[in-house]
Ligand binder design. Structure first.
Ligand SMILES: O=c1ccn([C@@H]2O[C@H](COP(=O)(O)OP(=O)(O)O[C@H]3O[C@H](CO)[C@H](O)[C@H](O)[C@H]3O)[C@@H](O)[C@H]2O)c(=O)[nH]1
Length: 356
C-alpha cells in the first residue's frame, strides 16, 4: 500500500518538514515527552514552541526552567476545540502528546478516556486542518494493539480517527501520522523508579510476573521516533521504533545490580488488573504491509476505506505468513545487557564510573 493514491511521496513533502524558524505546537507540552521535545526543538532552532496544557503550575515551572522567549504557553484542554485552535494560530507543525495514559484511571473512567484520547484527538486534527498546519504527529502506545484495557482501546480509536482523516481528506495540506511506542524507561510513576525507591527504603521489589515482558525505550528515543515520523510521514502513516525487551525478573535484577545490591529481595505480587503478559507494537496484519526503515517500521494507511468489497470479499494472503511484533519475540536482553542500557539513562548517570 506504499503507493497509496492518497499519499504524496516523502520527497515531495520533505520541504515542508523543515524546523528552523518554524512554529511547533505541542499538546500535553508540559509532560515528560512534551518538555523533552520542547527542549529538543529549541536546540534545533525553531522559531517558537506553543505549549498547550491544562496545568498552570507546570507551565510556570517550565517557563522558569527554560527561560526562553520562544516558548509560549496556552492554557487549555484538547477537549475544548477553541482552546486548541488558539494554541494552533500560526503553527506549522503539531505534536499531539496530550492523553490520559494511566491504565487504572482509564479503566475506572472509560468515558474520560474517550473524551480526551478520542474526541480530544479529533479536535486536535480538525483544528490543525482548519489552521492550515502542515503536519500533525499523534502519539500512541503499544497498548493500542489488541487492546484489553480502556487506555489502549481509546488510543486505538485515536489511531483510527487519525487514519480516517487521512483517507477522507486526500487533498488536505495537513499530513496526519501516528507513532506508537512502548514503555519509556524511568517515566513518572513507572516500574523502574518504583524499584529504585523500594531498594532505597529497604523493602522488597514488588514483581507482578517474573516472565512478563516489556519493550524498553528511552525518552530520547521516543523523541527520535516522533521526529522520524515528522520528517517522513505521508498521510495516515504509522511508525514504530524497533526496540529490545526484557522480562520483569531481568529488569528487577538489573536495577538491583546497577545499584550495587544484586541480592535485594523480590516479592511476586501477581498481574495487575488490565495488564497483558506481553505487549505488541505491530499486529501481524500491520507487519504484512510494514516497510522496514532500519531502526523503524512504517505502516502505510490501508486506503481501501470506501471499497467494501475489498474488506469483505478479498482476503489477504500475506497476513498468514507473518506474526505480531511483540515484546516476547523481539530482541531479548539479559541482565548484563539491561544493566548497560539502564546505565545510559540520565537518572543513573551518577553511577557511571562507579564499580561495574
Ligand atoms: O510493582 C510493580 C509494578 C509494575 N510491574 C511491571 O512492570 C512493567 C511495567 O509497568 P509500568 O507500570 O511501568 O508500565 P505499564 O506497562 O503498566 O504502562 C506504562 O507504559 C505504557 C506504555 O506501554 C503507558 O505509557 C502507561 O501509561 C504506563 O503506565 C509491567 O510488566 C508491570 O507488570 C512490576 O513488576 N511491579
Amino acid at each position: 500500500m506504499s503507493d497509496s493514491i492518497l499519499a504524496p511521496t516523502p520527497s515531495a513533502v520533505a520541504d515542508d518538514r523543515c524546523l528552523a524558524e518554524r512554529t511547533v505546537a505541542i499538546t500535553g507540552g508540559t509532560g515528560s515527552f512534551g518538555s523533552t521535545m520542547a527542549a529538543h526543538l529549541l536546540r534545533r532552532g525553531v522559531g517558537a514552541v506553543h505549549v498547550l496544557s491544562r496545568d498552570e503550575a507546570k507551565q510556570h515551572d517550565m517557563r522558569v526552567a527554560f527561560a526562553d522567549e520562544r516558548l509560549r504557553f496556552f492554557l487549555g484542554d484538547v477537549r475544548d476545540r477553541e482552546s486548541v485552535a488558539a494554541a494552533f494560530v500560526g503553527a506549522d507543525h503539531v505534536f499531539h502528546a496530550a492523553a490520559l495514559k494511566q491504565v487504572p484511571s482509564c479503566e475506572f473512567f472509560p468515558l474520560q478516556a474517550v473524551q480526551t484520547n478520542v474526541l480530544g484527538s479529533h479536535n486536535v486534527i480538525e483544528a490543525a486542518h482548519a489552521a492550515g498546519v502542515a503536519s500533525v504527529v499523534c502519539l500512541s502506545t503499544d497498548k493500542a494493539v489488541h487492546p484489553i484495557n480502556a487506555m489502549g482501546q481509546s488510543k486505538a480509536l485515536m489511531e483510527k480517527t487519525a487514519q480516517a482523516f487521512a483517507r477522507q481528506h486526500p487533498g488536505s495540506a495537513t499530513v496526519v501520522s501516528i507513532t506508537r511506542y512502548g514503555n519509556v524507561m524511568y517515566s513518572r510513576g513507572s516500574v523502574i523508579p518504583l524499584f529504585v525507591r523500594q531498594i532505597a527504603e529497604g523493602v522488597p521489589m514488588t514483581l507482578t510476573d517474573p516472565a512478563m515482558t516489556r519493550f524498553l525505550m528511552s525518552l530520547g528515543e521516543s523523541v527520535d521516533l516522533v521526529e522520524h515520523a515528522f520528517e517522513r510521514a505521508v498521510p495516515g502513516d504509522l511508525f514504530v521504533r524497533k526496540a529490545p525487551a526484557c522480562t520483569m525478573q531481568t529488569l528487577a535484577q538489573s536495577v538491583a545490580a546497577l545499584l550495587g545490591v544484586p541480592d535485594h529481595p523480590i516479592q511476586v505480587i501477581g498481574t495487575r488488573h488490565g495488564e497483558k503478559q506481553h505487549e505488541t507494537l505491530l499486529s501481524r496484519e500491520e507487519m504484512t504491509s510494514a516497510l522496514d526503515e532500519g531502526d523503524y517500521y512504517r505502516v502505510p494507511v490501508d486506503a481501501r476505506s470506501m471499497e467494501y468489497s475489498l474488506y469483505f470479499e478479498e482476503g489477504d494472503q500475506g497476513a498468514v505468513r507473518r506474526t505480531d511484533y511483540t515484546s516476547e519475540n523481539t530482541v531479548r536482553m539479559d541482565v548484563e545487557q539491561t544493566v548497560e542500557l539502564l546505565r545510559t539513562l540520565p537518572e543513573f548517570a551518577h553511577l557511571n564510573g562507579a564499580a561495574r
